[in-house]
Design a protein around this ligand. Structure first.
Ligand SMILES: [Zn+2]
Ligand SMILES: [Zn+2]
Length: 265
């Protein structure tokens, strides 16, 4: 038997439908959790192969999906045993995210006329609740969310921790980020389930070593900011070095995921 993601989703959709017919909300919620677990695994593997194909921004957004789904799932699924290895996947996702060169994100301030509860359809205009459904709670296999309606963009600013991590700013639409670190890492990894880690060491340099760099150039510290707005006025420049440690795949995870490791995503 060879199962792929499509088959698994198809089966889970079937059971979700079955649970609705049977009005079995416990089963419906369990199916929702299983779907989320498989989505986490699917997106994680997808993100890894996007990195392999140098689609760095795409991989970044896909890792973002892993994070969002994991956080939604976490409240509803007791994962201390980690049978599906999603805790490990989430840890590696966070590690990958740390290697990306993105530090600032666009964030839009929105004016929203009203919200609609996706469970009962009731609308609320102020922050006062009009129904008893809680955001992030599961109701018979459905995750409660407040759907915004009538959105106006008021303001656009740069932030460090955006709501949506996909909002990476590209000047004139061109990707000029330095992906050197992540390229080094991904070339050393064979499978999304290779065990790896990294360590950051710091060395301090004097400004005299960077005489050839003008204040308008990007800062030698690697922050991505302009030299004059970053380290130029500091006593020294701290250069961070990344060291990667890559081990062989964890056998157990390898075995568990054998059916999609070597598949083209
Ligand atoms: Zn409601
Ligand atoms: Zn700097």
């Amino acid at each position: 038997m060879h199962l792929n993601f499509k088959d698994i989703y198809y089966l889970l959709d079937f059971y979700a439908y079955y649970s609705r017919i049977k009005k079995d909300c416990t089963l419906a919620n369990e199916i929702w959790c299983l779907k989320a677990i498989f989505a986490i695994e699917k997106y994680y593997v997808e993100a890894f192969y996007k990195l392999k194909r140098d689609n760095f921004y795409g991989a970044w957004c896909t890792f973002g999906h892993v994070e969002t789904i994991y956080k939604n799932l976490f409240k509803h699924y007791n994962s201390t045993l980690d049978e599906f290895k999603i805790n490990s996947i989430y840890e590696y996702t966070k590690q990958f995210q740390k290697i990306f060169p993105y530090t600032l994100f666009s964030s839009v301030e929105l004016k929203i006329d009203k919200f609609k509860c996706n469970i009962c359809g009731k609308e609320r205009i102020s922050y006062k609740r009009v129904c008893n459904h809680k955001i992030g709670e599961l109701y018979c296999g459905k995750l409660c969310a407040q759907i915004p309606e009538g959105i106006t963009v008021i303001n656009d600013s740069l932030v460090e921790n955006p709501m949506d991590k996909c909002t990476v700013p590209f000047i004139n639409g061109i990707d000029t980020y330095d992906y050197g670190k992540i390229k080094t890492l991904i070339s050393a990894l064979d499978s999304p389930f290779d065990d790896w880690n990294f360590e950051i060491t710091e060395t301090s340099k004097t400004h005299s070593e960077f005489k050839h760099i003008s204040g308008d150039d990007s800062c030698p510290c690697g922050s991505g900011k302009i030299y004059s707005e970053c380290c130029l006025n500091k006593d020294e420049i701290i250069i961070k070095h990344l060291e990667f440690y890559v081990n062989k795949p964890i056998e157990e995870i390898e075995k568990y995921n054998h059916y999609y490791i070597n598949k083209k995503m």
